[in-house]
Design a binder for this molecule. Structure first.
Ligand SMILES: Cc1ncc(COP(=O)(O)O)c(C=O)c1O
Length: 459
């Protein structure tokens, strides 16, 4: 365990590389950043002992296996999950966790997948598994301007004879909206299993699985504390895990298999979902990351990010052109209630037209600012934010060739997406102020021209 850490000092101790290299890192929804002690801890562990493939009982294997099991226990502790009720499956990332559910969920013609319109494509992709087995997909719409959904709309979508799987994000990776965690219980009472995508929520939000009990939770650990990359988790209720049917088996997932008889028996626990050899040199770093986070305290992280988000929102609101016209159109809530540190917006030029997001990407990068532009793999929020209706989308998607810019042209939208700025554990007020100054200095009273920008390669 690390000693208790004051958050204010971390920037100059654990994240000194940011200021040393003059970074303004505002992409915490893309990835968190590693604290220096996570990296030195990893190096110390691997340079002081030997760790073998955990699939056997020899000493180096047993050492790896013990650390992997400790990491599983640490994940359960972090989420206040009862080990008798929940299991942890290590995956390559949140997408890997979502895919495990999608490919093994017992969809049928008599069941349904219900998706919130605000979902990452790694959740939207579940509809292909549902479709392949004859299950329909229902999409719950979003309301402007906050890009939230009412409980009434949710209950309506969940009503009807066909039950199945309801999947939604605890926090939007586009707008920062935190969707209510009590939807888990509402959907379960309506007869649905619930898949909670916590990839964008987990870095700053507290998830207590002793009070809210989704059947499946997906996380990517690099988003929470930057390192290690390549490891996520599916936290799964054991009862729900028993209803999943894996479409194949592999090394690591079977107790026994026969070649000639073409027979196999899966392992009875979470290892049935862990294909091949686990990333056993890095999984112990998840425990170290959770210890680090625990030494700061999730509540302190949440307060810190909430404060910075409030300052960012206020600064964006105050940005106006000389005429008094706003420079910013926000996509999502203007306040800090029920939202995380992800803020999406479009910049408006002196004529009120949207500034092409590729310009913002280019101009900000030139000043060492890391932010995101586009639709962030979340097309539903983009469609809601830019007011693109279903008939237009159906028409535009009838043509399957052409570039992304052609597709946008068919939709008659002038911008390929929003600008996304996201703050996190390693951010400070200077980052927020420098970003606001960049926007003011670069775009105030300007009509920047988009000529000569490279084509968009993806939305
Ligand atoms: C809400 C949400 N879900 C899922 C994902 C997919 O995460 P990964 O790419 O780590 O699998 C992301 C990544 O940005 C996300 O923000």
């Amino acid at each position: 365990m690390y000693e208790a850490l004051p958050l204010a000092s971390l920037r100059s101790t654990e994240y000194a590389y940011l200021d040393e290299k003059q970074h303004i890192y505002l992409d915490h929804t893309g990835a968190g950043l590693p604290a220096r002690r996570q990296l030195t801890g990893h190096a110390e562990r691997l340079t002081s002992d030997a760790y073998g493939n955990p699939h056997s009982l020899n000493p180096t294997s047993a050492a790896s296996g013990a650390l992997v099991e400790r990491a599983r226990a640490a994940v359960l502790r972090h989420f206040d999950a009862d080990p008798a009720e929940y299991a942890v499956v290590f995956t390559p990332n949140a997408t890997g966790a979502l895919r495990l559910v999608g490919e093994a969920y017992p969809f049928s013609r008599r069941s349904r997948l219900v998706l919130l319109m605000d979902n990452h494509n790694s959740v939207n992709g579940l509809r292909q598994f549902a479709r392949a087995r004859g299950a329909r997909t229902t999409v719950v719409p979003l309301d402007l301007p906050e890009l939230r959904t009412s409980e009434r709309a949710l209950r309506e979508a969940l009503s009807g004879r066909r039950r199945g799987l309801f999947a939604y994000p605890a926090q939007s990776n586009f707008s920062g909206v935190q969707h209510p965690l009590n939807w888990v219980g509402i959907a379960q009472e309506a007869g649905f299993d619930v898949l909670l995508d916590a990839a964008a929520y987990a870095p700053t939000g507290r998830l207590d699985l002793s009070t809210v009990r989704p059947d499946f939770v997906a996380v990517s650990w690099y988003k929470v504390f930057g390192y290690p990359t390549g490891i996520g988790s599916l936290i799964v209720r054991r009862e729900a895990m028993a209803r999943l049917r894996r479409p194949w088996f592999s090394g690591g997932t079977v107790q026994v298999a026969s070649s000639l008889a073409q027979w196999h028996r899966m392992t009875a626990d979470e290892s049935a979902f862990e294909d091949g050899t686990l990333n056993f040199l890095h999984i112990p770093d998840v425990e170290a990351g959770l210890d680090f986070l625990g030494s700061i305290g999730m509540d302190a992280v949440q307060r810190h990010v909430g404060h910075l988000t409030g300052m960012l929102l206020e600064g964006l609101r105050e940005l106006t052109h000389g005429s008094g016209a706003p420079m910013v159109r926000l996509h999502g809530p203007a306040g800090t209630d029920m939202r995380g540190g992800t803020v999406a917006f479009s910049l408006l030029d002196a004529n009120g037209a949207m500034v092409d997001e590729r310009l913002v990407s280019r101009d900000s990068a030139a000043l060492g600012i890391s932010l995101r532009t586009g639709c962030f793999c979340n097309p539903g929020v983009g469609e809601a934010a830019f007011g693109i209706g279903e008939p237009d989308l159906r028409r535009a998607t009838r043509e399957t060739t052409g570039t992304i810019d052609d597709y946008m042209g068919r939709l008659s939208i002038s911008s390929g997406g929003a600008v996304r700025v996201s703050v996190g554990l390693s951010s400070n007020l200077a980052d927020v102020k420098r970003f606001l100054r960049f926007v003011e200095d670069t775009y105030r009273d300007q009509e920047p021209r988009a000529a000569g920008l490279p084509p968009r390669l993806h939305c």
